[in-house]
Design a binder for this molecule. Structure first.
Ligand code: PLP
Length: 437
């Protein structure tokens, strides 16, 4: 039986958590519905972050719950290699229909991190298959977050996540697009498209024929919401085209309506060669990720004798039946309720609310796009992260869930959010900032 308040917290080594601090004053969630969590101490907590950017359809939606319950009693698991089951094909087709034009093939994974590893391997293997095995360089970006596996931390650029671990060879980074002159931008900022030219410079330094792929988050989430300057992604696309470099969009957070369109590639009108996704694919209910590939990429693998495996890669749970059932039900909710358009329709109200905090204490920047918002605080002198973390704790006490990275408060609510929820989030946050040291 599940315990609301377990009395031994010592065994669970929590991820990305200050374990000792948490266990002194645990914040435990015991149930959820639509826009709210319920805490173990009996309070409703308004979810300002869709869990971890994943519960885009809201919580405990009956369509998803019932689909999962039914599937687990019907076909619990089917081998993923050299065998199949109908739901994986159905979900792949639904995803293809929802994806930007040309993304006709889907490789299933179980998380964003696995999607990133898979996409990097597809990129390297694609060049091999076409006789360009010398293309081994991967270009990421400073402050980029691509999960926590070795490929992802190598191309990623968040120092704490990578400093003590070895990196893949032949990796370099573009500069981040977080510029002071863009402070308080509404939507995409004006300055910084030229930062993409670093990719051209690296092509000249290393030789364009040695670069396999460039991977970026169209909107960087984990680094604290960094938006692409106007023209920046277009310029990356041009440089990649010029030199035969594959462009990978890591859409683990931007996929499934977060930016007011199915994918950021749609919102920005820039088409990459590979898209990684996860999180919103099942609205966070069952772990699942995917890599979307264009026909050009996929078809390059479909050569040679037909009995030979084309790509030596995959996971035991790639496209597992229960995850597929969750995914199909989730995509149906997105379509039926028009949630991606809803996110776009709410964007102005959301943007007004986020930017209304411009004059709140400690605020040095506010930014927004789709249903993403960030409030950047001036760090406490000599104690980076402490001020924002204090605000997070106070916000939780006052019944709202926000997320902080560094001294940036990030918000990304479920796409079913109503205006009164937005008012509550921002009103509470103002009170919190008024009280924050
Ligand atoms: N890529 C991006 C852009 C992400 O934001 C994340 C997680 O936040 C990941 C990859 C890793 O996803 P996961 O935690 O599911 O492995």
């Amino acid at each position: 039986m599940a315990l609301d308040r377990p009395n031994d917290l010592s065994a669970f080594w929590m991820p990305f958590t200050a374990n000792r601090q948490f266990k002194k004053a645990p914040r435990l969630l015991v149930s959820s519905k639509d826009m709210h969590y319920r805490s173990a101490d009996g309070r409703d907590i308004l979810d300002g972050t869709a869990g971890l950017w994943c519960c885009n359809a809201g919580h405990c939606r009956s369509k998803i719950t019932e689909a999962v319950q039914k599937q687990v009693g019907e076909l619990d698991y089917a081998p993923a290699f050299q065998m199949g089951h109908p739901l994986a094909f159905e979900l792949a087709s639904s995803l293809r229909d929802m994806a930007p034009d040309g993304f006709d093939h889907v490789f299933f994974t179980n998380s964003g991190s696995e999607s990133v590893e898979t996409a990097l391997k597809i990129a390297l293997a694609y060049h091999q298959a076409r006789g360009e095995a010398q293309r081994t360089r991967l270009v990421g970006r400073e402050k980029g977050y691509h999960g926590v596996n070795f490929g992802g931390i190598s191309v990623g650029g968040i120092t704490n996540n990578k400093r003590i671990f070895p990196s893949l060879p032949n990796v370099s980074h573009l500069p981040a697009t977080h510029l002071k002159e863009n402070a308080f931008s509404r939507g995409q900022p004006e300055h910084g498209a030229d930062l993409a030219d670093e990719l051209e410079r690296q092509a000249q330094i290393y030789g364009p024929e040695t670069i396999a792929a460039c991977i970026v988050e169209p909107v960087a989430g984990s680094a604290g919401v960094i938006l692409p300057p106007k023209g920046y992604l277009e310029r990356l696309r041009e440089i990649c085209d010029r030199h035969g470099i594959l462009l990978i969009f890591d859409e683990v957070i931007t996929g499934f309506g977060r930016v007011g369109a199915p994918f950021a590639a749609d919102r920005f009108g820039v088409s990459p060669d590979l898209i990684t996704c996860a999180k919103g694919l099942t609205s966070g209910v069952i772990p699942m990720g995917a890599v979307l590939a264009t026909g050009k990429i996929h078809d390059a693998f479909m050569e040679g004798p037909e009995h030979v495996i084309e790509f030596f890669h995959g996971y035991t749970y790639s496209g597992s039946p229960v995850a597929c059932a969750a995914g199909l039900a989730t995509l149906e909710i997105y379509r039926e309720e028009g949630l991606f358009d809803r996110a776009r329709d709410m964007e102005d109200y959301w943007a007004d609310a986020i930017h209304s905090l411009k004059d709140a204490p400690h605020v040095i920047d506010t930014r927004n796009l789709g249903l993403i918002g960030a409030i950047e605080l001036e760090p406490l002198p000599g104690e980076p992260t402490k001020r924002a973390f204090g605000a997070f704790l106070k916000a939780y006490e006052r019944g709202i869930m926000i997320r902080t990275t560094g001294d940036i408060i990030a918000m990304s609510p479920p796409l079913i959010i109503e205006k009164e929820h937005i008012d509550q989030l921002v009103g509470t946050l103002r009170d919190v900032l008024n009280e924050t040291e």
